[in-house]
Design a protein around this ligand. Structure first.
Ligand SMILES: Nc1ncnc2c1ncn2[C@@H]1O[C@H](COP(=O)(O)OP(=O)(O)OP(=O)(O)O)[C@@H](O)[C@H]1O
Length: 343
């Protein structure tokens, strides 16, 4: 497999005219999405996520810069080539966007009809897709008879009908309860691993990123403020925006009342240390008393598993001579991120 990205944004800017004002939705985006990845784009409302995804299938023109798919700059393509391009890109939506007047079968068959597949081939393909998403028994139901999770599974089957290489999922689980969200995310992961489809997940929920993404880009006010492997971004978020998103999943950093309570109850120095390679941190801590005359107590923390690795933070109270605590904090900084919490 080549290293060239499947989707690449090069210095992409997108502005909209809003009355007499110009709104900059995307501001100098550089982003690479590689074949075979589940790549999440996370950001708050208005960050530019939907605009970004609409540039991937050229539903909107860029204002400047280029968007390359498989090495082709799609910003210069004519309508006919764009139609071909869009056949290779499936999309699913927050509100499912199913045709209410058609059955599940009819909805999934629809893109095949548009693409000119004959009736028999359509039938075989739809049956195969419904089997894959676990809805064979619902083929003759109408969307209104389905639960939210089932509707999204129909959406996924329809998006995959023409065998796209890319699936764009725009807030695809935001209308679903947590349990159904899990089901849909597991199905998307299967789409990725079993069918080899590259998935771009647009979300404002870090839990979605944790659950299925390999890589993530954090979008803030039209700019990519951070991007990388999900594990790295969770372990060492570099911007406040990212840190806030990570917090929503890990709940591992005391703040507000929790922090006040800890400060009132513990007189030693409070530090929060990132857990990643726990053995190295364990080694530093187990030598704390012997090396520096410092005792430690774990007073707060949360650890989750991400891609098979423990990730999270522990808050420690360190008690001992000032110089010893300083030396221990310095040792900890060698192996992980450390934040002082003492006011
Ligand atoms: N067609 C449009 N005309 C004018 N402004 C637009 C248009 N589309 C988007 N914008 C503006 O661009 C900015 C980014 O919007 P976008 O919908 O991409 O953000 P988002 O991150 O997807 O937010 P949300 O999660 O709320 O959908 C916002 O300020 C929005 O108001």
């Amino acid at each position: 497999m080549s290293d060239a990205p499947l989707i690449e944004f090069r210095d992409v800017t997108k502005t909209f005219a809003s009355g007499s004002r110009q709104v900059t939705a995307l501001d100098g985006i550089d982003l690479s999405i590689h074949a075979g990845d589940v790549h999440a784009i996370i950001g708050y409302s208005g960050a530019g996520k939907s605009t970004l995804v609409r540039l991937i299938n050229a539903l909107e023109p860029v204002t400047s810069g280029s968007v390359l798919i498989d090495g082709t700059d799609i910003t210069t393509l004519g309508e006919r080539r764009l139609r071909e391009l869009r056949l290779g890109i499936g999309m699913i939506f927050q509100q499912f966007n199913l045709l209410r007047s058609r059955t599940v079968f009819g909805n999934v068959a629809y893109p095949l009809k548009i693409a000119g597949w004959d009736k028999d081939t359509r039938k075989v393909r739809v049956a195969e897709l419904l089997r894959f998403v676990g809805l064979s028994e619902k083929a003759w139901d109408y969307p209104d008879q389905l639960s939210g999770g089932q509707k999204q599974r129909v959406g996924i089957a329809r998006a995959l009908a023409t065998n796209p290489k890319i699936l764009l999922a725009d807030e695809s689980t935001s209308a679903l309860d947590p349990e159904t969200t899990g089901e849909v995310l597991r199905l998307l992961k299967r789409v990725n691993t079993e069918l080899g489809v590259t998935i771009v997940v647009i979300t404002h929920e870090m839990e979605v990123v944790r659950a299925i993404a390999d890589r993530v880009a954090v979008l803030d006010a039209g700019r990519v403020v951070e991007q990388g492997a999900v594990l790295d971004v969770f372990a060492e978020p570099k911007t406040d925006t990212t840190r806030r998103f990570v917090e929503t999943v890990l709940h591992d950093r005391p703040d507000g009342e929790d922090l006040e309570r800890l400060r009132a109850r513990h007189t030693g120095r409070l530090v929060t240390a990132g857990i990643r390679d726990d053995r190295r941190i364990g080694t530093v801590l187990s030598g704390a008393e012997r090396k520096h005359g410092v005792r430690f107590e774990i007073v707060y923390g949360g650890i989750k598993e991400l891609a098979g690795e423990p990730i999270g933070r522990l808050t420690l109270e360190l008690t001992g001579p000032e110089a010893g605590v300083d030396a221990l904090v310095a040792d900890l900084r060698e192996v992980t991120e450390v934040e002082e919490l003492t006011a």
